[in-house]
Design a protein around this ligand. Sequence first.
Ligand code: 3VV
Length: 451
Amino acid sequence: MGDWDPAGAAATRRRRATLTAGRTASLQPVNGRAPTACESSVTANVCANDGQRRRDRSVETVRCHKTQESLLTSTSGFNNYRGVLNWCVVMLVLSNARLFLENLLKYGVLVDPVQVISLFLNDPYSWPAACLVIVSNVFIVVALYTERQLSKGSFSELVGFLVHCINFALMLTFPAAVVLLVPSVTPVGGAFVLGTYTILFLKLYSYKDVNLWCRELSTVKAKKLARSLSYMYYFVFAPTLCYELNFPRSPKIRMHFLLRRLSEMVSTSTRFSSCPHQWMIPIIQSSMKPLEVPNHLLWLLFFYWFFHSSMNFTAELLRFGDRQFYKDWWNSETVTYFWQNWNIPVHKWCLRHFYKPLLRRGFSKIISQSAVFFLSAFFHEYLVSVPLRMFRLWAFTGMMAQLPFAWFVGYFLRGNYGNAAVWMSLIIGQPFAVLMYVHDYYVLNYGEEAQ
Ligand code: 3VV
């Protein structure tokens, strides 16, 4: 205590000197003149504030507690969990890196570029999937031609409706028949073709509806735009399923943004193409333990690749202004919220062209919702069963099961429990349905080889 501390004493001396210099400086003439009344009052105020601060500081040193909640208490109002989210991501990456290493050590490198190409092509001289995509232009032109005739009055509403119906029916049956009957169509090629046709089907349905609504409102502009081939193709390529006469446009293409999305698309798709070969097939082949497959990670990657990188890339390229492709589905506390927020283009289409028209025709909410999920279930089954040439109804059942599941979660679970239930269904339910198909397909096609 009584020890001589030269460094400390010197520091105290220096502090005192600075303080005195500061005080005397305030009393010194300003620029060689005496301080004005105002300057003196400023000095007095500073001194008063100084005193107040010192008093406050001494109160602070005496009192160091106040009534407050812990951050993790729900009533604390604290909700910034960014760090926790980062921790989850780090854990997810680390645990998958461990799985990846184990897989590498056990099976070696299984990714083979030729095998990746063979996912799309069976026979290098036969490109049925590409041909089917080219043929899809016929359906676009038929829809455009029909709308032109309708707008000119050359087709009656009934004739137009019938032509559209035939066009839509062929759009679903023709590619499905080719995929089922032509042996050189691979499952991935088939899924790509049917996905393209389904998207086109939904787009052209919207095109037909909007043109009809505009004719009913006798919008002059609608008549002009319905005939424009370039606007039709703009809509076909735009990242939306809902037609509109005047899409919101962004002012210019931002090269930096475009290149960023492109690099994300490329890097994520290479990860995609390697994951099934390296990770999924050996596990299915050897142990049939579907839950060990990191397909949830694949699903999350797919979400980012498709709904963020690819859609933003296309939108930027086309200067398409509406970039709301998804909302915060990860915060879903109910299943209903999830379906309203995860795939905005499909949800928007469902509301605009199916759900609300049904409600307007007097159907109840529950019937209309069931009808939407039934249509969605049909398309899910169509997109999976036809390319795999295997009808199992897993996808259909999975989609239809959303209705009772939504009721259960909405009725029994609240807040974080609801959110956990939605996540559980995504982590276990959805990939499980996909894996049932992969498993059945594998057993059906390579069953004897695997044994
Ligand atoms: C390859 C990418 C992606 C696969 C996603 C599937 C669903 C969701 P609510 P409420 P206000 C159907 C086509 C399916 C195609 C699938 C193939 C995709 C394409 C292929 C692409 C590759 C693959 C992975 C997917 O994710 S596919 N999504 O199936 C289905 N469900 C829903 O969208 C909703 O749950 C829905 C429409 C059934 C109900 O929506 O928001 O819960 O409904 O009752 O709250 O009302 C909404 C609106 O209706 C009005 C309200 O005022 C509200 O309007 O605010 O939006 O403007 N409304 C209510 N009652 C009304 C009344 N009586 N009259 C008029 N309006 C009323």
